[in-house]
Ligand binder design. Structure first.
Ligand code: GDP
Ligand code: IMO
Ligand code: MG
Length: 424
């Protein structure tokens, strides 16, 4: 398919990085369309393990042009560090292109992110403290500083000084922090300008040209549907639009250009940070999922909360993203469970819910209604054909297909590229 969106269907960490890397093998351009270094995408290539945060997972395929789209927020220090890390491991980063319209994460964004979380106390979102929310907030209030501003020192200085006046009031008077000075920030950021200049491009035009030339394009989402600012479990969400609609805005293309919307779903589900999570298991089964699935954040190292697959949420993801098919990941982790459960509805406030509740209040009260499946209790990590999976695993996948109405086209049974089953 010429243009594919890869989107997370849950609360992030579904294995989007692995799936994007896999599809990148036959792609020409891979573009991240939202988020920033709050994302953590682990990609395993042979014996090498790469933890990427901002650079599209396609960077590991030598024929791919990796692009950071206008919908992303860029922390230049992190970006340059990630580029250096890749270069030191033999990955060519010279093909990277970054939109000049992407907004910059500034030092005061990071400071505010941490201060606001502290101020919220028990109501905190559990952000990654990378300055994501404050950077998007400035974008939408039209006080943001974009990558292109770095290349005009006078404009950059002016914008920074205006922003700092306001931020310092917030930092000092409300959040009890030290004032931040403009000069060190100007020096630091203008230095980044020199390093980043060769990579800045009109990325909307770049993708337009690639599409017109019939090239294979992947739009790589970060986070996931339930962390979407509009469609997620607000306010416990991120500040961008990971859902497929966000791909058009964050890349600068029209919706008609998209051919395939591949939803990545973990065979169970996880969440990092605060917020409602109907199928969360706060017991030894949840602990086992964390241990076997290695469910610790790539970015912050935090333990991920885990639970059974939630079909209500998955059907919701099918709907709000217009998914065409599903990539089911980490099926191998379920090999270690005698019985496997799937949430098919919620009971809340005396009512049965089969659609994802729009009321935050309801979501907190949801008691999952489960269907139980027998486990397969057998190692499937070396299976490469659907027909060779144990009967119980095939039934589990077929159940997902029947109840979402779309096909599971990719099944992942391990972190590496080869541990994957493709179906027609
Ligand atoms: P992303 O944020 O959606 O890209 O996901 P992460 O990279 O944060 O988390 C997924 C983790 O699971 C990574 O450590 C992957 O290497 C790993 N992973 C991906 N697919 C599979 C799989 O099928 N089986 C197992 N066991 N691990 C997987
Ligand atoms: P990937 O791309 C999982 C969560 C944070 C927090 C909330 C808001 O690896 O799937 P933010 O720093 O974005 O303001 O935090 O969103 N979060 C993620 N959880 N995977 C991610 O990215 C996430 N990015 C943000 O934990 O609850
Ligand atoms: Mg992740």
């Amino acid at each position: 398919m010429p243009v594919t969106v890869v989107v997370g269907t849950q609360w992030g960490d579904e294995g989007k990085g692995k799936i994007t890397d896999l599809l990148s093998d036959s792609a020409d351009l891979v573009m991240r369309y939202q988020g920033g270094n709050n994302a953590g995408h682990t990609v395993v290539v042979g014996k090498e393990r790469f933890a990427l945060t901002l650079i599209p997972s396609g960077v590991l395929s030598p024929q791919v042009t990796p692009v950071i789209g206008n919908g992303c927020v860029v922390d230049p220090a992190v970006l340059l560090e990630e580029m250096a890390m890749l270069r030191s491991r033999g990955v060519d980063t010279s093909r990277l292109r970054i939109s000049g319209n992407a907004h910059l994460i500034m030092p005061y964004h990071r400071k505010l992110d941490a201060a606001i979380e502290r101020y919220l106390g028990r109501q905190q979102i559990g952000t990654t403290k990378r300055g994501i929310g404050p950077a998007y907030q400035d974008k939408f209030s039209r006080h943001g500083i974009r990558l292109q501003d770095l290349f005009d020192p006078k404009i950059f200085t002016q914008k920074l000084e205006t922003a700092l006046k306001n931020k310092n009031k917030l930092l000092v008077k409300i959040y009890n922090q030290l004032e931040m000075l403009a000069d060190p920030i100007i020096d630091e950021y203008l230095h980044y300008a020199d390093e980043l200049r060769p990579y800045v491009a009109d990325t909307s035009l770049l993708i337009w040209e690639a599409i017109n030339e019939g090239k294979q394009v992947i739009l790589e989402g970060a986070q996931g549907t339930l962390l979407d600012i509009d469609h997620g479990t607000y306010p416990f969400v991120t500040s961008s639009s990971p859902t497929a609609g966000g791909a058009t805005i964050g890349a600068g293309i029209g919706p008609k250009s998209i051919d395939r919307v591949l939803g990545v779903a973990k065979a169970y589900i996880s969440r990092v940070g605060s917020g409602p999570f109907p199928t969360e298991l706060q017991d030894e089964i949840g602990d086992k999922m964390v241990a076997i699935g290695g469910e610790y954040g790539t970015v912050t190292g935090r333990r991920r909360r885990c639970g059974w697959l939630d079909m209500v949420a998955l059907r919701y993801a099918v709907r709000v993203n217009g998914l065409t098919d599903i990539a089911l990941t980490k099926l191998d982790v379920l090999s270690h469970f005698d019985k496997i459960r799937v949430c098919v509805g919620y009971d809340a406030l005396g009512e049965r819910h089969e659609e994802f509740p729009r009321q935050q209040r309801t979501l907190y009260k949801c008691q999952p209604v489960y269907e139980e499946f027998p486990g397969w209790n057998e190692d499937i990590s070396s299976v490469r054909q659907f027909k060779d999976l144990p009967k119980e695993a095939r039934q589990y996948i077929q159940y997902i297909e029947e109840h979402t109405g779309i096909g599971v086209s990719i099944i992942s049974v391990g972190p590496s590229r080869s541990a994957t089953l493709f179906r027609d």
